[in-house]
Design a protein around this ligand. Sequence first.
Ligand code: NAD
Length: 343
Amino acid sequence: MKSNINIYYSLDALEKYLLQNKFSKVFILTDTNTRKHCYPLLSTILSKPILITIKAGEESKNMQSAEKIWEVLNQNHADKNSLLINLGGGMITDLGGFAASIYKRGISFIHLPTTVMSMCDAAIGGKTAINFDSIKNNIGTINLPKATFVHFDFLKTLPNRELKNGLAEIIKHCILQQKIKWLITILDEKELSDMDWKTLILQSIKYKSKIVSEDLNEVGNRKLLNFGHTIGHAIESYFQSQKTKKLLHGEAIAVGMWIEIIISNLCLQYSAIKANELFDIIEFYFGYKKLDAKTKNALIPLLQHDKKNKFDLINFTLLQKDGTPKYDCLISSSVIIHAINFY
Ligand code: NAD
């Protein structure tokens, strides 16, 4: 059975949606940055929503923030007919989606993504999560938002590093669809601020929403989207626990894709020529992130927590000889260590 992924591309559509659905109370979750930069754009649409604001940053994607949301919902007598609007990047859509999914066994929520990352990925597909015990996305649900409203003007205030962060998921979607030539044409070695973000994001949304609508619970093709994320999440978790050097999700995924391309070459004979072409694209935008011995050693224990593992083997989505992706590739730690050292 296909799941309905409802995506709209204007604030007018949001206004209409709110008029059509008579919610008893409307809450809006922002982080400190989206409250400042994005919330003012909604002032004509929302009449007196109850604001919940969380400190910006991945460190806030945790249980304490979820509790803060539930406390505000309780204090304002939210009921089953209340709506939570998640206005922000993936941190807010993951956190808000999670909090709404389990509050009173589930209230309605919608996403208004404000970063490239959330427009092309996090706000599409219903995966919600918080980080727990230093493990990325350790606790969460799969629960679709009632709708996602993509408003490209939000990107005008997004810093360059955050624009680039979202590019990692766009590159991933293009690798999975074997649309690298298309990607190279659109990117054309352009500066981040000159890129055709709308075209890139729309193409990603189209691909991801099709996959998710056919496999919401990730028993088949949705697993393909995990490419780059097995290693990427371990790297992200490691840097998150270090407190000093912060690595954004997309920056971690860029390294994750690089190492998983090496594993693809080692285990599935993915072409070295194509691999080098992909390394060039990743390096052009993300540079080469050097991993020291301490970081490398920390990765295997973190990989062992991955939700996708079976037995003692680590589960990957990899690229095959003909370039097509394959999910459920079970790889031993020794091969992974070899690839990490080769990186
Ligand atoms: P983020 O939500 O932390 O946003 C990045 C930064 O940009 C923050 O400082 C934020 O305050 C700021 N910001 C957001 N919108 C802005 C705007 N319009 N103008 C100015 N500043 C703005 O991070 P992100 O990269 O959007 O998302 C990363 C998170 O998404 C991670 O937790 C990752 O695990 C999650 N994610 C989830 C999925 C999923 O399927 N659920 C997919 C991909 C990523």
